[in-house]
Design a protein around this ligand. Structure first.
Ligand SMILES: [Zn+2]
Length: 251
């Protein structure tokens, strides 16, 4: 416990929508702090369960610039309900939400270790127990058509993801989904660390993989809501303690 910083400082709203919007702002800053902000590239979206719209950062803003007033609500045809420009690359988020009622948040970033591992077009290996949340739960996608993502590629990305939580996109980046923005955030951080570990292990020798039973046990333990909450709250406290302007925005 950090003393002056309340344990759940961002869960102040009695509205589920407002709570989700606040956690989405925090997610942008958490991922930026973890090195996953990439100038104005990458996107994170979240929706309320069952909603046919989702929320994201205003087009042209970096992760570090996210704030409540600049969040956009976008429909599945990528119209901005709250006004302003929109990033057409969000088409694949809509495709995933349409295909996966269980998914309520999507992170798409280009973190260096994940991009490096994805460029090898090889699977993520269960080398450390943290990465076990992706055990038999992450796919590879290597049909990337270029920077601009249209409807056809959006469908292909969603198809490649299938029922998995994550996707390694060759020559591009990652997609990490979650039933909540909290779960997607934790997954995105864990995936980048797991990719770094795998690259280092492969460079040094032949890594030993977690036995199946251990991987399944770790996956179940680390996927518990309480565990996800604990980690998201921790990262939130760090952002709020280090970034007074974010704390003011969410106060
Ligand atoms: Zn991208």
């Amino acid at each position: 416990m950090t003393g002056a910083v309340p344990l759940r400082p961002h869960v102040r709203s009695n509205s589920l929508l407002e709570q989700m919007r606040r956690e989405l702002v925090l997610t942008f800053h958490i991922l930026n702090r973890e090195g996953q902000g990439n100038e104005v590239a990458g996107h994170v979206t979240a929706r309320l369960p069952g909603a046919k719209t989702f929320w994201t950062n205003r087009f042209r803003l970096g992760f570090d610039e996210a704030n409540l007033g600049d969040l956009q609500e976008v429909d599945f045809d990528i119209n901005v309900l709250t006004g302003g420009e929109v990033n057409q690359a969000l088409l694949f988020h809509a495709a995933i939400y349409e295909a996966r009622p269980d998914v309520n948040a999507v992170v798409h970033t280009h973190p260096r270790n994940a991009v490096a591992l994805a460029s090898l077009n090889m699977p993520l290996l269960p080398l450390d127990q943290q990465a076990a949340i992706f055990f038999e739960n992450i796919a590879n996608y290597n049909d990337h058509e270029g920077v601009v993502i249209g409807k056809d590629e959006a469908r292909e990305i969603s198809k490649a993801l299938g029922n998995c939580r994550g996707l390694l996109m060759t020559n591009h980046g990652v997609v990490v989904t979650g039933k909540s923005v909290r779960e997607a955030t934790v997954g995105a951080i864990v995936l980048e660390i797991a990719c770094e570990i795998q690259l280092k292990a492969m460079a040094a020798g032949k890594p030993v993989e977690l036995p199946r039973a251990s991987a399944e046990h770790a996956k179940a333990f680390l996927s518990q809501d309480d565990h996800i909450d604990m980690r998201f709250e921790y990262w939130s406290r760090r952002v709020l303690a280090e970034s007074p302007h974010v704390a003011r925005d969410l106060a």
